[in-house]
Design a protein around this ligand. Structure first.
Ligand code: ADP
Ligand code: MG
Length: 474
């Protein structure tokens, strides 16, 4: 067990690179490693409350499993137990769950209907802007690659609402969109503290809308946003498919825009690629300025790393910093993840230099990154279906067809399960892909596999393991 425990902090660090800081704080900061059992196939974790357990299982199963498998590759089943924490550690959880500024506030309210009492319970007071003090211009490193977008951002702040409205910033994750967005909010507030600024991830915006709808307070909701001077919407991609919300957002957008109130939006893809977002919204997103947050090249990564190493007071050699910049070429969040791991290691060994050998161990996941990436790409609906057919000696047409033999049903349910859990596809779309089945059939099938995994059904565990292994070999 002791050996196994060593990897747990790395799992947490990896998770931090996958989910937002506030989400991590609220849900994962109190997760305790308990044990790895069943020849490495099952990991047992502890959390302080049932609520915490259900939240993680309901919302972050995929992220957690991915992070666990990175360091415990044999684990198939994760068990989360409720454990009592020492008194001294209990309060912060309450605090982080109740944080008004926290983006989870709204989602946790959704789970606890008794919280829905008054409009102010889901719409923060005027002076609460939700900005994270961590993200300012002061610690935003300007490099050659992000110079353009930084200049645009400065211009927008100078001539709020009139220069480029909206400003639409897009890029893949971890490249600094949220940081820049919030830095802009802080700067505007600094210049004029009387302004009404609201930062919110689009999911929070949607959750508020949903509560307003439920309470029949749509007019109040619109009035509330009509009053905003600077609206910062992060990760707009999550509004896809939420049609009623898109209609209301469209009106809010128009009202603000007409009054020359500034709107800034970030997205993980260009507006045109936002499938499931109404055309009229997409075209509005492109009305002002569209700019991407480019990926830093090696030299820029070095500049950013040096700044962060200094701020974190880490003592590293130039070669070590150079090696990190060379290996971690995915995004800035991952570079920060590596620095955090280094910091954790240094804390474990106070008074000792951080060695090259330790660095190489930490950078191991990045050594084979290319290989790893191609593996990940190889995990497609087709490759999963092929693999399962191969393992069960079935033809694809059987799997897609309507036969109900036990073997065939199991193979089909496993396919549902993989599509849901490893590809994150929705039940209806899985149903469409596998012989035009109803989404409830898919859901029941996939849940059945969950149950078999819980019951440690040898056959199912074996098939999952083999499927994963085969897909890794591609
Ligand atoms: P995104 O929103 O694009 O996914 P984030 O804004 O969350 O990315 O950035 C990921 C991490 O990298 C954050 O911790 C952020 O502070 C840091 N970061 C990104 N760009 C920069 C930069 N130019 N200078 C300093 N830190 C940065
Ligand atoms: Mg972001």
């Amino acid at each position: 067990m002791t050996n196994m425990q060593h990897y747990w902090p790395l799992v947490l660090e990896h998770l931090k690179t996958r989910i937002s800081t506030s989400t991590f704080q609220a849900w994962f900061s109190r997760v305790k490693f308990i044990n790895v059992i069943n020849q490495g196939r099952k990991i047992v974790l502890g959390v302080p409350s049932n609520f915490n357990k259900h939240y993680i299982e309901g919302k972050f199963q995929k992220e957690l499993r991915e992070a666990i498998n990175k360091y415990y590759p044999k684990v198939i089943h994760t068990e989360i137990k409720i454990i009592e924490l020492p008194k001294s550690q209990q309060k912060p959880i309450q605090d982080s769950l109740n944080l008004k500024k926290n983006e989870e506030k709204t989602s946790s309210s959704l789970d606890k209907p008794e919280d829905i009492k008054h409009i102010s319970s889901y719409l923060p007071r005027r002076n609460l802007n939700n900005l994270n003090p961590k993200y300012t211009f002061d610690n935003f490193v300007v490099t050659r690659s992000n110079e353009f977008i930084t200049n645009v951002a400065q211009g927008v702040i100078e001539e709020l609402g009139t220069l480029y409205n909206p400003l639409f910033i897009h890029s893949p994750v971890g490249l600094g969109k949220t940081h820049l967005l919030q830095a802009m909010g802080h700067k505007v507030l600094e210049k004029d503290p009387s302004l009404n600024i609201k930062y919110l991830p689009s999911e929070t915006f949607f959750n508020q809308f949903y509560l307003a709808l439920k309470k029949k307070e749509m007019e109040e909701f619109r009035q509330y946003y009509r009053d905003v001077d600077l609206l910062l919407i992060d990760d707009i991609q999550f509004i896809t498919g939420k049609d009623a919300f898109q209609t209301v957002f469209f009106h809010v957008f128009n009202e603000l825009h007409q009054m020359n109130k500034q709107i800034i939006i970030t997205s993980d893809k260009p507006a045109k690629e936002l499938i499931g977002v109404e055309e009229r919204l997409v075209s509005r997103f492109e009305w002002g300025m569209v700019a991407d947050m480019p990926k830093p090249d090696k030299e820029d990564r070095l500049t950013i790393l040096k700044d962060k190493v200094e701020r974190m007071k880490l003592i590293l050699t130039n070669q070590q910093i150079d090696l990190i910049a060379a290996k971690v070429d995915t995004n800035i969040r991952e570079m920060e993840g590596v620095l955090n791991m280094i910091k954790a290691r240094v804390r474990l060994n106070p008074g000792h230099d951080f060695t090259d050998k330790q660095l190489i161990t930490i950078l191991k996941p990045y050594q084979n990154k290319n290989e790893f990436n191609t593996n990940r790409k190889a995990k497609t609906p087709d490759s999963i279906m092929d693999t399962i057919c191969h393992l069960f000696s079935l033809k694809k047409t059987d799997l897609l067809g309507s036969g109900r033999q036990k073997n065939l049903s199991l193979a089909r349910q496993l396919t549902f399960w993989f599509y849901k859990n490893e590809l994150d596809l929705s039940y209806p779309s899985i149903g469409k892909m596998i012989g035009g089945r109803d989404h409830t059939t898919v859901m029941h099938g996939s849940k059945k596999i969950d149950k078999l995994i819980k019951d440690e059904d040898e056959r199912v565990l074996e098939k999952i393991k083999l499927t994963r292994e085969i897909l890794q070999e591609n």
